[in-house]
Design a protein around this ligand. Structure first.
Ligand SMILES: *Cc1c(COP(=O)(O)O)cnc(C)c1O
Length: 230
């Protein structure tokens, strides 16, 4: 049963919190359901799981229309500005704001649809070319520009850490993200809240939680391996 896998993740999060002297209630598990059928989402939803992560606009809109009762959809992948209009009123949180241009478009569509869109700013700490996100030195400038946009509420930061064999190797990146998160929070910028720190995936979420993650995005660890051949 999927809920057993989910509960196993919750248990590991709880244990990581205990090691770090944190409250497990401060960590949200987002079940990353990309490529997985709606039936699996429904199965978890029937057990009370409400947060699901997707990385494609088309997949979110399709599942959004087909699901039998509402859940919280998290947009976690890079997407084009011309697709913003399809999801701006459907997602609970956009994790992947990786350019000021994208933020402007979200703002524009949010105003048009009369919604307020909560977003996270994606940071590419390791400067990996294969990943999007702001470099650390671009972050403050970007936050300043984004903070003035209507219809968009910055709630925190997101990072996709490098792919590593040993999750301990990512500890330095999680620690640095947590430091940025705290530094920005202390500056008390207008319209910039630092409530959510989205980091940690199947391979490394326990280390991420030990280092202060408040939202982990777990796919394989709940749903099993993804099949991209279909
Ligand atoms: C696919 C994906 C995840 C989940 O990855 P797993 O290793 O399967 O847990 C998390 N975050 C993002 C941004 C993803 O694209």
């Amino acid at each position: 049963m999927l809920i057993d896998q989910y509960n196993e993740v919750k248990e590991r999060v709880r244990a990581a919190c205990e090691r770090a002297g944190r409250n497990p209630e401060d960590v949200t598990v987002v079940a990353v359901s990309k490529t997985k059928p709606l039936s699996m989402i429904e199965e978890l939803k029937d057990c009370g799981v409400m947060d699901f992560g997707e990385n494609k606009v088309q997949e979110i809109t399709k599942k959004y229309e087909q699901i039998t009762s509402p859940v919280r959809w998290h947009m976690i992948g890079h997407f084009q500005t011309n697709k913003v209009k399809y999801i701006v009123d459907k997602v609970a949180l956009v994790h992947s704001v990786d350019s000021v241009k994208l933020a402007r478009q979200i703002s524009k569509e949010a105003v048009k649809h009369k919604v307020e869109v909560p977003v996270l700013i994606q940071v590419n700490l390791a400067k990996e070319e294969s990943k999007s996100g702001f470099y650390e030195e671009e972050l403050y400038g970007a936050l300043e520009e984004i903070s003035s946009l209507p219809g968009i509420q910055v709630e925190g930061l997101m990072q996709i850490a490098p792919f590593v064999e040993n999750p301990q190797d990512n500890r330095i990146y999680f620690r640095r993200m947590r430091q940025l998160f705290v530094d920005i929070k202390e500056k008390n910028f207008d319209n910039i809240a630092m409530n959510i720190l989205s980091m940690g995936m199947t391979n490394d979420y326990e280390v991420a939680v030990e280092e202060g993650s408040t939202m982990v995005r777990v796919g394989t660890g709940i749903f099993g391996e993804r099949d991209y051949s279909k």
